[in-house]
Design a protein around this ligand. Sequence first.
Ligand code: GBH
Length: 458
Amino acid sequence: PTAPGAPRIAALRPEFIWGAATSSFQIEGATRVDGRGPSVWDTDGRRGVIPGKDTGDVACDHYHRYPEDIALMQKLGVQAYRFSVAWPRVLPQGRGQANEPGLAFYDRLIDGLLAAGIEPWLCLYHWDLPQALDDLGGWTNRDSVGWFSDYAALVADRYGDRVKRFATFNEPAIFTLFGYGFGRGNRDETPIEELHHAIHHVNLSHGAAVDVLRARVGGCSLGSIHNVQPCRPSSPADADGARWADTYWNRAYPDPQFLGRYPELLGPAMEAIMRPGDLERIHRPVDWFGLNHYSPIYVRTDNAARFRFGFGDRPPGIPVTPMDWPIEPDGFRDSLLRVTKDYGLPVYVTENGFGGHDKPDITGAVIDNDRIAFLKGYINAMNDAAAEGADIRGYFVWSLLDNFEWDSGYAARFGLVYIDYPTQKRTPKASFDWYKGLIKVARAQAWHFPWPPAHRAR
Ligand code: GBH
């Protein structure tokens, strides 16, 4: 197929921010360099449980090649770059003695971004928990709130003069459900109470970090990042399962963080855990909702399951990505509108993208028209949500580079830039040029059209 053209963007604000996102463990490599401590994902890699026995040891070698990656971003024309700090790189034991060489890496990265005119968006936690803290129970231990706020203070004091945009957590629902719930990760299936403790402690850590960042970084803009996926019942009999799935997947974090209460179905379990004042500690004012979105999920009722839901079949005929994720741009539009209605916050789309099995053709070019078609459809859906009243302020494509895709290792590729892992050669894909063109048009158009657009009475 030939490359599809430009998406609709007329309902987006003139100051809309176009960016790209990555995360520390997925791109940095250099896991044993300059005093970094191990994370839970190093442990998983070393156990050889990831397909291809893949590990994060080299990844995109971004730790050493970050100047080339910043140059790529500059070529792409992104206004902002979302990355995460590796907690075990700056605090090898998770607490206690800070690691100066690790801290200095993010100084270089941030300075390089600013010199290139790209705004750094720093996420504190994208799943690489220091192994030393996991050994103490990780997020199931209420002490994690103190560990996380001390880490947040270190990051705030070190980079707060240059970084103003911070996210506390990336997709807390995903790492707690998969890490403590479904029995994935480096632990066996655990009692559901452990999941509930982890949910509560991550929420408290979010609130504590918001207070720390506010107090220490003047003029900062804060948010947290949530994976919002419509939970669709596989059949009419699965409506209850869908409610349970939606509770754990979409509401266990945003509801307490932005509304100051746990969702109804979780109420009794959380009551048993909470101490007086906890909901106030969690419900701290933030500036925006970070929304990650890829696809809806299909679920069924399963009253025997600890979560009261299971994964179900999807109706036939829905197109899918090479990772078998359903392609349904309407689910993205609905998620944006739902978040707007439920939480009333400005929204940044902090991740959206397409995972495939890209390969260079005989000329060495990577022509990923399937990714372009996906992005076009999803950006159209975002524009529709904006036209219907969602206050969307920016969009970060996942991802700048092909990278370590967690349980899929390096087999799944999400980048606008192809990585040839043996040589570390970077090749911009067709989608890179497409996104670059979109940003250029969007930024030029912002000067030419009045806003809000006439059709959008506010
Ligand atoms: C994000 O998580 C992560 O933040 C990022 O690190 C990661 O690389 C990126 O997405 C791509 O995966 O199997 O059809 O039911 C995504 C969370 C949760 C999204 C599970 C897809 C399953 C879709 N994912 N969901 S399906």
